[in-house]
Design a protein around this ligand. Sequence first.
Ligand code: NDP
Length: 449
Amino acid sequence: MPGLDEKLRDIHDEVLRRNPGETEFHQAVHEVLSSLGPVVAKHPEYADAAVIRRLCEPERQVIFRVPWVDDNGQVQINRGFRVEFNSALGPYKGGLRFHPTVYLGIVKFLGFEQIFKNALTGMPIGGGKGGSDFDPKGRSDGEVMRFCQSFMTELYRHIGEHTDVPAGDTGVGAREIGYLFGQYKRITNRYESGVLTGKGLTWGGSQVRPEATGYGTVFFTDEILKARGDSFEGKRVVVSGSGNVALYAIEKVHEFGGTVVACSDSGGHIVDERGVDLAVLKELKQVRRGRIAEYPELRGGAARYIAGGSVWDVPCDIALPCATQNELNGHDAATLVGNGCAIVAEGANMPCTPDAIRVLAEAKTVFAPGKAANAGGVATSALEMQQNASRDSWSFEHTEQRLAEIMRGIHDRCLETAEAYGSPGDYVAGANIAGFIQVADAMLALGVI
Ligand code: NDP
């Protein structure tokens, strides 16, 4: 495998052998291992204690049946997952994804990424992830509720505020977290607020949690710009997706003086040269749960809809992929570079393929990996846990300020670590190495467990 030294290559090959067919997990492991050469050279103690090999093996993996009854009285069967990857720094923490593409390889890639992301936040949280191949799209509220109740009827025995604390991800928003929390409370007879994050404001949620991932990605990008004496003012920005992360990334870009000229969903993308109208988009996506194809009509014809195609064909200064994994490939990256795009920051998890990352690196386009740039969501989840533990609730301004500080801290730590390990300016190396060292040191301290 190119780019890996011998010891790391052996570990990588072992991961491939032990986890056949889990291509996204393989990709995530390769991406981290490819940064660790200088670390293992400097710290032989990590190899002696098999820290990396232990890190690549989840502490626990749960797979379960989720039976439920649809509105027509038919029994439906889905599969549920929770991968509790690493708890060296704190209880497992990471979202639940409900999407038809979910299988063990996706959950493990997300859980693996989550370990390093959570470490980077500096908060006491380990890494985990879960979900189901259930597709909430087109399902009634009653069907979503019955599915969530059945899912939690198994999951409850594996989670807890000191054990494992799930949150939302694709397909899991405030509605689903509500149904999940309700069922947990009913089964356990405990109002254990800290068992889930992403809760509603009136029942234990935190200000800024819905906004946190998108806002955090833009705060991180703003730090990149500031480090170059620049700002969002006057910049053309393209954001992919139109879900939770994308909507709030768009909001913050506009607040910072940039203009988001395009966004998308899985059907296609829209181009709105005057800037995406967020009120229209939020009504369409959050209230009506509609398709992006309807946006131009709601905008009075001011925008164009392109079915299929690639949102990355739209020229921009800054690209924020906020939809899903592997949505921006080498060809897209070459198009962005050709159009003069200077920064690509990942709001989603692993949206750029390895080819895309290579093209961006060759062109010296700044690339911020998701485990650093989108860590604002989980960081604010940890702030929600803090508020739950102290039965407190903070103001929007205070919470947002904490989020901005955390993102600045992650940015600076990435740059300092990259510099210390011989890759100045490389956010990928900085994020992987800084996250790894924090977890690895805790694993050494806790012994071989
Ligand atoms: P949502 O389900 O709210 O939104 C996902 C959006 O991406 C939808 O607009 C969806 O469109 C679109 N999409 C999905 N697949 C494609 C595709 N192939 N091409 C174009 N658009 C697509 O999810 P989130 O916003 O919560 O999550 C988005 C990403 O961010 C994921 O990678 C997630 O893991 C990551 N993330 C999320 C966090 C959070 O706090 N929510 C935290 C950190 C990372 P459609 O409706 O058509 O499917």
